[in-house]
Design a binder for this molecule. Structure first.
Ligand code: SAH
Length: 349
């Protein structure tokens, strides 16, 4: 059975090249062609020996991801749905920030990419979770999302975040391989500080990231600092309790000296009570952090409603007063279901 080359990890591509009797630099060249230059066939790879290319083409077909849907929001955000070599579908979002007063010049371009097809975490508020997990993405399939969007905007991607579909720390190795290529000067040259890994709080992943030399930014989808409420909202996280999570974050901080971001969805009457606010303040004590308050985005068939604007502002004021740096994240692309938690492969057609 032929294996699509883009479904292999970079580590597997190095191994394959070795098996085919090629020196390591050939694997580097191949990865460059596949994921940085986005070659659409082996014929383009003119600096690779012909016999090597033929051997690859025979057993490892090059099947680029196919764009099957693209929607553009009123605010310029673009949502893409890609079909991969095996027919699996993933979504990604490109979020431009325009220079003030300019005619479409970009100040930054953020790509929100997926790390899995579907997601096993089944968070109660998230559309992706209703589908369950189909499979992990390969590192190359992650990089391809970024490369495609860079091309589509015809502008450099300045920031990437793993806030699309999936849980990156359940696909740790592939995610880090992808980030390393996005970060590398020979890849996309995106600064480590502009690369954010967002997790629902998988502790072994946090501990591994603490030891990673690259110092990517860590964001944790906290959503509640009260155990009972968090277990209800994020049932598959319940084995990893809040005290354990806090300990892991303190370990991360000791190792890296870096600040952690907390994502906190504001859900009316669920996690926006006075007690919830007190718990968040208590949880944050002893962790250098930044809190992002996110008004819940609409998800079909969900009983949850966003907190009021006044409540979100109240939270921001109280958190700021006790010394916790806090921002309210205004969601981009919600009119095209491109905002956080809305990625569910809902096509227009
Ligand atoms: N599994 C990772 C990354 C994917 S989710 C994680 O949990 O961080 C990306 C972000 O979208 C998370 O913070 C997630 O909690 C948030 N999100 C999910 N559903 C949402 C919704 N309905 N409205 C707003 N944000 C949502």
């Amino acid at each position: 059975m032929p294996t699509p080359i883009k479904s292999l990890s970079f580590a597997a591509i190095y191994e394959l090249c070795e098996q085919l009797g090629q020196p390591k630099y050939r694997a580097d060249q191949l990865i460059q062609w596949l994921f940085v230059k986005q070659a659409s066939s082996y014929d383009e790879m003119t600096n690779l020996p012909k016999a090597f290319r033929e051997a690859l083409a025979k057993d490892y077909p090059l099947i680029p991801a196919k764009l099957i849907d693209k929607q553009i929001s009123n605010d310029g955000t673009r949502k893409y749905c890609f079909e991969l070599a095996d027919g699996a579908r993933v979504e990604s979002v490109g979020i431009p920030v325009f220079k003030e007063g300019s005619d479409g010049d970009l100040r930054s371009l953020t790509v929100c990419f997926s790390t899995q097809v579907g997601c096993p975490m089944a968070c109660a508020f998230c559309a992706t979770g209703t589908e369950g997990l189909t499979r992990d993405l390969s590192s190359g399939e992650m990089v391809d999302q970024v490369a495609f969007i860079q091309d589509d905007f015809n502008a450099r991607v300045s920031h990437v975040v793993s806030m699309g579909q999936g849980e990156p720390f359940l696909n740790y190795d592939a995610t880090i391989e992808a980030l390393d290529l996005l970060n590398s000067k020979k890849g996309f040259g995106i600064g480590a500080r502009h690369i954010t890994v967002s997790t629902c709080g998988i502790i072994p992943g946090i501990e591994r990231l603490a030891e990673d030399p690259h110092q990517y930014t860590l964001a944790v989808s906290l959503h509640s600092a009260e155990q009972v409420i968090r277990d209800m909202l994020m049932p598959r996280c319940s084995a990893q309790t809040l005290p354990q999570l806090k300990q892991a974050l303190q370990f991360y901080q000791e190792k890296t000296g870096r600040r952690v971001s907390f994502e906190y969805l504001m859900i009316n009457g669920v996690n926006d009570t006075d007690a919830a606010l007190e718990s968040l303040i208590e949880f944050s004590r002893g962790i250098m952090c930044h809190v992002n308050l996110i008004p819940l985005n609409d998800v079909d068939h969900s009983a949850f409603k966003p907190s009021s604007k006044d409540m979100i502002t109240h939270w921001k004021n109280v958190l700021t007063r006790v010394g916790i740096e806090t921002t309210i994240r205004n969601s981009r692309g919600s009119d095209i279901d491109g905002a956080c938690g809305q990625l569910k492969n809902k096509l227009l057609s």
